[in-house]
Structure formats: structure tokens, C-alpha cells
Design a protein around this ligand. Structure first.
Ligand SMILES: [Zn+2]
Length: 232
């Protein structure tokens, strides 16, 4: 059975072909769309079906996503790489976040109304700073191991990608990876560095990743299954 990861407009989906199927079926689970099609149905035909069913699909996708979003703020703790840290909100003259004795202390300005949106914003900024320090260190480590040289490093805020590598050797990483375990964030570093040698997902690319990071398949699966845990 073949499987393809595809996208139409905002909707990304997994397309699988089976010789046993007689008709196309759409299935939504865990906030993801899977299209099961009989062999012979073209991607264009599948895209046309998705376009026709777009409102049904987006409605059900958003419903399952809402159910699966981790609510860290309600739980009163946030993950930072391999740690789970409790956080406290206090009112102060200046807004900011700091780590103290294994707790995250969020200071909110007395002048601003302490909303969840504001809390999310402060924590996001804090994660971005953590990401900048951590990824700078890990890129230095891994590029020495892999004998590669990257250029500028950017920390980004994307809903659908974990990192990138440009042809000018610039690397980018999603701050959300700071909410994942170290072995996951490390995998993304090795993946993007490997693109310095192969700017594609060819067999040679995966061989290079495999050489330095044998658990890459597990890491990819973890990211797919736990994506919703990496949201504030
Ligand atoms: Zn890649």
C-alpha cells in the first residue's frame, strides 16, 4: 500500500491506495485527514473531492483538534525539553518570565489585564529565547559531529513546520520544539543540518540522517502523534 502526504490549500492529508477498495473514503481522526482510495484514482480527482467536501472537512478537523489540544495553562505547568515545570503568575511593575528554583515565574504588569492571551504571549516569548540559546548550542555540537557548516539561525513561529534549511545554509527552528523532549528537538537539528548536504528528502539524505540519528523514524512518529502537546 502506498501513502502520500499531500495538501490542498490549508488542508493537508494522507492519501493511501489499496487494490481492495472500490470507492474513496475520507476519515478524520486526531485532527488529521486520511483519504483512502482505490488504485487508479488520481491526486487531481482526490483534490476535487476534498474541494467539494471542504466545509465538512474543516469543521470536523477543527472539532477533533480542539479536543486534543493540551491545556498546559489550565494544568499550571509547562514542558521545557525533558522537564515539566510548574509556573506561577505574579503581578509586578514589569512583565517578564524567569526560571527560579525549577519554577517558571511569570510577572505580569499591573497595568495590563492578566488574560490567558497575555500569559500565552509572555510564555511564547520566553520559549523563543530558550530556543535561541538551546538550538545555537545543539547546532554547534551537531555540525562539528557531522562536519558541516551552517549560516544564520532563526527561531520561528509556524503551525505546520518544525524547521527549515535554505540553500544559503540558513537554518530555522520552531520554538514549539522547546516543549518536546531533547531527543525530538535533536532529531530536527540533525534533519536540518543534513539538508546542508542534500537539499531534498532523497535516499542519500535519509542515509545521512540515519548515520547520525538512528532513531529518526521514532522521532518522526513522535512528532506526528504529539503535535498537539506542543501548543500553549
Ligand atoms: Zn526536511
Amino acid at each position: 500500500m502506498a501513502a502520500l502526504q499531500l495538501a490542498l490549500d490549508e488542508i493537508s492529508y494522507l492519501l493511501t491506495y489499496s487494490s481492495k477498495r472500490r470507492s474513496v473514503a475520507l476519515q478524520i481522526a486526531d485532527g488529521k485527514l486520511t483519504v483512502r482510495a482505490p488504485v487508479g484514482v488520481s491526486v487531481a480527482e482526490v483534490n476535487a473531492l476534498i474541494a467539494r467536501k471542504q466545509s465538512w472537512i474543516t469543521k470536523h478537523l477543527s472539532q477533533t483538534q480542539v479536543q486534543h489540544t493540551s491545556d498546559w495553562l489550565k494544568q499550571g505547568c509547562v514542558p521545557l525539553l525533558d522537564q515539566l515545570l510548574p509556573f506561577q503568575v505574579q503581578s509586578a511593575s514589569v512583565s517578564g518570565v524567569m526560571l527560579s528554583d525549577g519554577s517558571v515565574i511569570v510577572s505580569m504588569s499591573k497595568r495590563a489585564r492578566p488574560t490567558n492571551a497575555k500569559l500565552r504571549q509572555l510564555l511564547t516569548d520566553w520559549y523563543k529565547q530558550q530556543a535561541n540559546t538551546w538550538f545555537t548550542e545543539r547546532v554547534t555540537f551537531w555540525q562539528r559531529e557531522m562536519n558541516l557548516t551552517s549560516a544564520a539561525l532563526t527561531i520561528g513561529n509556524w503551525k505546520t513546520k518544525w524547521g527549515y534549511c535554505k540553500s544559503n545554509a540558513e537554518l530555522g527552528f520552531n520554538w514549539r520544539l522547546m516543549m518536546a523532549p531533547v531527543w525530538i528537538a535533536d532529531y530536527v537539528v540533525v534533519h536540518e543540518l543534513a539538508h546542508l548536504r542534500h537539499l531534498n528528502h532523497s535516499e542519500q539524505f535519509w542515509q545521512l540522517v540515519q548515520h547520525y540519528y538512528p532513531r529518526h523514524t521514532d522521532a518522526k512518529r513522535w512528532l506526528k502523534q504529539n503535535q498537539q502537546r506542543l501548543e500553549l
